[in-house]
Ligand binder design. Sequence first.
Ligand SMILES: C[S@@+](CC[C@H](N)C(=O)[O-])C[C@H]1O[C@@H](n2cnc3c(N)ncnc32)[C@H](O)[C@@H]1O
Length: 235
Amino acid sequence: MAKVYEEIADYYDLMYYWKDYKAEAAVLCKTLEEYGAKSGGQLLEVACGTANYTPYFAPYYTYTGLDISTDMLKVANKKFPTYKFVQGDMANFKLAQKFDVILCLFSSIAYNKTYEQLAQTLQNFYAHMSPNAILIFELFVDPDKYMANQPFMLVVDKPDVKLSRHNVSERVGDMAVLNMHTLVTTAKGTKYFSSCHHLMLFDPDRVATIVQAIGFKAQRIGIMKSRTTFVCVRE
Ligand SMILES: C[S@@+](CC[C@H](N)C(=O)[O-])C[C@H]1O[C@@H](n2cnc3c(N)ncnc32)[C@H](O)[C@@H]1O
């Protein structure tokens, strides 16, 4: 999978200042409770990034974060040195233990480039889950809601750092292609970063069929606007 977070890992939290991780985690914790997740159980957050959800789950579960990017994990470890973070690819990581809860949030699962790869990843999650364990994953924007050819700009203006990120949404087949151009200015000078993100616009109905075939019982909820979140129970 392409390395797209390495260079911007140190600025990731700055860029996503607008995302309300606390409020989202509150909804997710409530959902887990409703599905019978045991407090203190083993929770794996796949694609945990810089650990922005971590402080909202770690007090209630035995938390492990996993991500493909060592740079993102470096930031996570610095923020939360006492929690466990491991490097791995969601499609083929192998951990010795089984989990009561697996989470894969903020559309990270959309980095799987095909339906076959998505199925492999979900199969890998299944293999790491105890009976009746719960999996929650959030797709990228639903294909019928994705707006191609829209210009986007994000600006962060703080006394000690200025950040500006531009991109135009593009669509190539089933994929959103986001070419991000980022300028960061600090007292040390200005840096330019470019990264190209390929995110699958998975059809939720097709994903539901895959999830069922693997052996999950699934329901859909919405956390972020225009994106489908699956809550799955391992049978
Ligand atoms: C949009 S960020 C989300 C990070 C975090 N969940 C959050 O909400 O802030 C996507 C994350 O997915 C990770 N990622 C991408 N492909 C991956 C893969 N194949 N296996 C594990 N992590 C992956 C990236 O390194 C990045 O940290």
